[in-house]
Design a protein around this ligand. Structure first.
Ligand code: SF4
Ligand code: SF4
Length: 333
């Protein structure tokens, strides 16, 4: 546990070793940069007395810990069916070959290019409309974790510190006990000092439950084979699927959303093509499985495009207040 801690980030870039989790809004804005996928994980129920460990220490959950966890999980995630089954975390996740081991937004100097807007040609209107930062909300919250209660963040910080001290991290050593001069203060006496970054990510997750995440959860739970796959999924493991169900859910909202989803699909197919071509040039046997998965994504996108292109604009529903909000959220108006 780190009851009081701060972050002394030297922009070494080591924590940007894979594409991040994104909101659908962020993915739409960066559709030419990030290959999207949907990552599905089980969020188990927690019990009083259960012990969580981090950095050699353990903490036994008390009633307040469990109550905060349940309240946050009910806010962020759909229930996974039976009351005891916990929740389903359904996330838009950037996808790439693990062997690349870097986020495509990472600059050679270890900084995030999305900070400076190097990929901002799609983001200008969003920034103007919503006065938003371009760095993904999940990244902005690092090293804290928006998916667990604020009272658990001392554990999160301790676990992150342990990982950054692993030998292969080449001495990042950026999470410090105490409030160091020049470091970003994170937690004081067990309380998160500034919850803004955590709340920004959580608010996006909540809006996108209504936009697509709950629809994907419901369709998974309606399928016997998907339910069996989910039941076999151990906590911490994840299922990865193409992001097509999210696009289909959004495309149904309005003609503007449908056209935007077709554009996203076209950008994704082009990005997958160039990503796979680069992998084939590397000729690595261990990348074959990912190549197959990406080809599956491309096929799913092609089928979805056909389906969406066959919809008559006149058959789309007339705009509703929610469709208006969704278009604004996705920077489509
Ligand atoms: S590993 Fe630590 S020092 Fe390096 S970029 Fe990430 S937060 Fe900053
Ligand atoms: S988007 Fe930026 S902060 Fe997030 S993982 Fe990529 S480079 Fe790092």
């Amino acid at each position: 546990m780190i009851a009081t801690g701060s972050l002394a980030c030297s922009a070494c870039g080591q924590c940007c070793n894979s594409p991040p989790a994104l909101s659908l809004r962020e993915w739409f804005a960066q559709r030419a940069l990030f290959i999207g996928s949907i990552a599905i994980e089980r969020v188990p129920r927690r019990r009083v007395g259960e012990r969580l460990g981090a950095d050699g220490a353990t903490h036994a959950l008390n009633e307040d810990d469990v109550a905060d966890h349940d309240a946050l999980a009910d806010t962020l995630f759909a229930r996974a069916g039976a009351p005891d089954a916990g929740w389903l975390s359904i996330t838009l996740q950037g996808y790439d070959y693990p062997s690349v081991a870097r986020c495509p937004a990472l600059a050679p100097d270890g900084r995030c290019t999305l900070h400076g807007g190097l990929h901002d040609e799609l983001n200008d209107a969003l920034n103007d409309a919503l006065n938003d930062a371009t760095k993904p909300a999940r990244c902005a919250a690092v090293p804290l974790d928006p998916l667990v209660p604020d009272r658990w963040q001392p554990l999160v910080l301790a676990a992150r510190r342990a990982s950054t001290q692993a030998p292969h991290w080449r001495g990042a050593d950026c999470i410090r006990d105490g409030l160091e001069t020049g470091a970003t203060p994170l937690i004081e006496a067990g309380r998160v000092i500034d919850t803004q970054a955590l709340e920004r990510d959580r608010n996006a997750l909540v809006f996108e439950r209504a936009l697509w995440r709950d629809a994907v959860a419901a369709s998974l739970l309606a399928s016997a084979s998907a339910r069996a796959s989910l039941a076999a999924l151990r906590p911490g493991a994840r299922l990865t699927i193409a992001p097509v169900p999210a696009l289909l859910a959004v495309a149904r909202l309005s003609e503007t959303c449908r056209a935007a989803c077709i554009d996203v699909i076209d950008r994704q197919r082009a990005l997958i093509d160039t990503t796979v071509a680069a992998a084939l040039a590397r000729r690595r046997l261990d990348e074959r499985v990912i190549t197959q998965e990406l080809r599956g994504f491309a096929l799913a996108h092609a089928r979805a495009r056909e389906e969406l292109a066959s919809v008559q604009p006149s058959s789309q529903p007339s705009s509703t207040p929610f469709a208006h909000d969704a278009e604004r959220w996705l920077n489509l108006r």
